[in-house]
Design a protein around this ligand. Structure first.
Ligand code: ADP
Ligand code: ASP
Ligand code: MG
Length: 411
């Protein structure tokens, strides 16, 4: 007997037929003698539809009421899936996130889980019941309903697996695993047998939407064996685990990308010690999340600073900068929209200094200008024009030979 947490995403529960199909799979896992906790997302695109409804009422809904609204999506799925299992004669009970004991910090829209009280779940498991939990939601200590950020049902699943000491956590989705890059964009993307927690965390943070970054963080911190697989096709998925054998000649494991990037440049800043602290404090106090930062010294007295943000917060960003314009004494703010960030990721990079150069060569050979660069031990990111994004990903995928079969080598 094993204790298993399974998660089914929006597409996998997108219709009554699909919910019946999920019920069949859950029933099978349970009848094999396992303890089963299932986490589900809202059906299909229903979270997006709820967002649209709110926008029809107001441009600036309160965050608390947004969470109240969005959490209803998952509540539809938990009850329907529970009914489908009960119809099959399986003793099943559904729980919202807070009923399942998931407590979060006092912040709406993107709350972190702070604690999980598993008493109620343990009790139900000991009664031999299947438990269906609503993903993406929790409640604060004071009983306000919160959400964990878009895509957050993955995090509910892994956090529950960690808290319940589950033997494994299986994330079932609409692709057969984690691929070298998004298979919807690159036809010859290849499914990976395994990827390390660190590589997966970089991929997720850099735009690979297949897993919520915090889910990977939980899995790494609590050593949860995590698998991504298809809910429709019976095929072995991808294991996300601590150590993955380094593939021969494959320094890059995957390519992640995201669009809607904007580059903001503040020019003619005084070259003084307190310039950067003041500039970035003003931005953070206005909740402007900055990604890549580049500083350029023009002459002895002045510098230009560029940084990237997500396109949707450009208005707040410029407002925040205008507020400190006089105090900081810069001359100009300019920005460039419709950019994208393309990143190559792989643990093998640590010991291979030529990887960034190879990436830049590939982009140059395809006439793609690089606007910003950032690196870590296991990734190189380049900001380029959004129009060039798919071509860049395809060219890098080819150049780093990611479509080729893995050759296992002993470490
Ligand atoms: P779910 O609703 O099941 O949570 P998501 O849409 O959140 O599913 O995640 C699955 C999607 O992630 C895939 O359909 C795919 O387009 C996208 N994706 C992005 N990068 C990758 C990758 N490297 N490997 C697999 N899928 C990826
Ligand atoms: N339903 C939520 C969303 O669409 C959470 C999830 O699916 O993981 O973002
Ligand atoms: Mg998802």
């Amino acid at each position: 007997m094993a204790r298993i947490v399974q998660k089914y995403g929006g597409t996998s529960v997108g219709s009554v037929e699909r919910i019946e199909h999920v019920a069949e799979r859950v029933e099978k896992t349970f009848l094999e003698g396992n303890e089963v906790v299932v986490v589900v997302s809202a059906m299909g695109k229903s979270t997006d539809q709820l967002v649209t409804l709110a926008k029809e009422i107001t441009d600036s809904p309160s965050k608390r009421e947004m969470d109240m609204l969005l959490t209803t999506g998952e509540q539809v799925t938990i009850s329907l899936l529970t009914m489908a299992l009960q119809k099959r004669g399986i003793d099943t009970i559904s729980f919202t996130g807070w009923q399942a004991g998931i407590q979060t910090e006092e912040s709406h829209g993107n709350a972190r889980i702070t604690n999980i009280d598993t008493a109620r779940l343990e009790n139900e498991l000991s009664e031999k019941r299947v438990i269906i939990v609503a993903g993406f939601q929790g409640a604060t200590e004071n009983g306000h309903i919160t959400t964990l950020g878009r895509g957050g049902s993955d995090t509910t699943a892994v956090a529950l697996a960690a808290a319940l000491n589950a033997d494994r956590c299986d994330i079932y989705t609409d692709v057969t695993g984690v691929f070298t890059t998004d298979p919807r964009y690159v036809k010859n993307a290849r499914k990976l047998q395994a990827i390390s927690y660190d590589e997966m965390l970089e991929m997720a943070n850099l735009g690979a939407g297949v897993l919520h970054p915090r889910a990977v963080e939980f899995a790494k911190n609590y050593n949860v064996p995590l698998m991504v697989a298809s809910s429709m096709v019976d095929e072995i998925g991808t294991m996300i685990e601590e150590e993955v054998s380094v593939e021969k000649n494959l320094i890059v494991r995957g390519i992640a990308f995201e669009n809607d990037v904007t580059k903001v440049t503040v020019s003619g800043l005084p070259n003084k010690l307190d310039t950067l602290p003041k500039l970035f404090t003003a931005l953070s106090e206005n909740n402007v999340n900055v990604d890549i930062i580049v500083q350029n010294q023009l002459d002895e007295d002045s510098v230009n600073v560029s940084f990237s943000i997500t396109q949707s917060i450009i208005v707040e960003t410029i407002r925040a900068l205008e507020q400190v314009k006089e105090e900081l004494g810069f001359t100009d703010i300019t920005h460039e929209e419709e950019l994208a960030k393309v990143s190559i990721v792989g643990s093998g990079m640590v010991s291979n200094p030529g990887v960034a150069a190879a990436m830049f060569e590939v982009l140059a050979a395809n006439d793609i200008y690089i606007k910003m660069v950032s690196t870590s031990e296991i990734k190189v990111s380049a900001v380029i024009k959004e129009d060039d994004m798919v071509m860049a990903v395809e060219a890098l995928h080819d150049a780093f030979q990611l479509a080729e079969q893995e050759t296992e080598v002993s470490a």
